[in-house]
Design a protein around this ligand. Structure first.
Ligand code: SF4
Length: 286
């Protein structure tokens, strides 16, 4: 392995990646050389509000988060056909051969999120340095999401690093009571610090969202929910694609007409509302 010369935290301002910043700001873990938030312009209002809320806390403790933004992913999805059908989001459709629900290949994460983080690294170090060195890219994955940790080596120069798992595996936080950073304990860490809990982070219309997310969006952010309904209708019959029609909901039904409460009840029974804690992670935090 090449010498590690840079530590970069990939931040989405959801629960887990915000916990990395919280711990670094309080010197419970080491600090990354820099942190970057790749903004595809379509996070929920809750996320943008939380960024404004949390940044001063971090700034006071010497942590800045760089925002990197080159694309509005909504524009990209709406103009998918004229964009040579690249960087698609994982829309759902019924595969004609099997009659089963399946998803389009997810290219957006790599093309927009991972590539953007790598661009910030190239800007800092230059291609020549990258040939001889490794870069650790920190991702917010909690101990209850172990299965989401990918191979350590993920490119010519990028090594994945999971600080919340690392703390658990190595017990490297002396005196810190919350060594096991499960999602629950991440939230507890924010409460203990007297801070609001970070919201769910990801594109508002990501087809990977679960039913409880859609109910939450419908009930708390009607304008954004309406935007998702319009997008869902716009992508229904992407022309010149072999498959389709396409949907944002994995049940392959129109979002506007879906009885979301009934779908949630089928899945969770009466506890549906109480299960909503949101979130996921990796580069996309879904
Ligand atoms: S959150 Fe979903 S739609 Fe957005 S980049 Fe990631 S996978 Fe694609």
């Amino acid at each position: 392995m090449n010498e590690v010369v840079l530590d970069v935290a990939s931040i989405g301002f959801g629960v887990q990646s915000s916990t990395i910043l919280l711990l670094a700001a309080n010197d419970i873990i080491e600090r990354p050389d820099y942190s970057v938030f790749v903004d595809l312009k379509r996070e929920s209002i809750e996320v943008y509000d939380y960024i404004e809320y949390f940044k001063p806390y971090l700034r006071e403790r010497g942590i800045e988060v760089q925002t990197y933004s080159t694309v509005d992913i909504l524009d990209h999805v709406l103009n998918y056909e004229t964009n040579d059908r690249t960087s698609g989001i994982p829309l759902w459709f019924i595969a004609p051969s099997t009659g089963k629900v399946t998803g389009l290949n997810r290219q957006c994460t790599f093309d927009f999120k991972i590539a953007s983080v790598e661009k910030t690294i190239r800007q800092r170090l230059g291609q020549r340095q990258l040939k001889r060195h490794s870069i650790r890219v920190w991702q917010g994955i909690s101990t209850d999401e172990l299965g989401r940790c990918k191979a350590l080596y993920t490119g010519k120069f990028r090594i994945n690093h999971y600080p919340l798992i690392d703390i658990y595996a190595n017990i490297t936080a002396p005196g810190n009571r919350w060594v096991n950073y499960s999602r629950f304990n991440c939230i507890e860490a924010f409460k203990k610090a007297g801070l609001k809990t970070p919201p769910k982070s990801s594109c508002i219309f990501c087809p990977f969202h679960d039913i409880l997310y859609w109910i939450h969006l419908r009930d708390t952010q009607p304008a954004e929910f309406e935007l998702c309904c319009q997008l869902d209708e716009a992508i229904r019959n992407y022309k010149d694609l072999e498959y389709g029609p396409f949907y944002l909901l994995k049940w392959c039904i129109p979002l506007r007409d879906a009885d979301l409460d009934k779908l949630a009840y089928k899945k969770f029974g009466n506890d549906a509302k109480f299960d909503f804690e949101g979130c996921n992670s990796g580069f996309c935090f879904v």
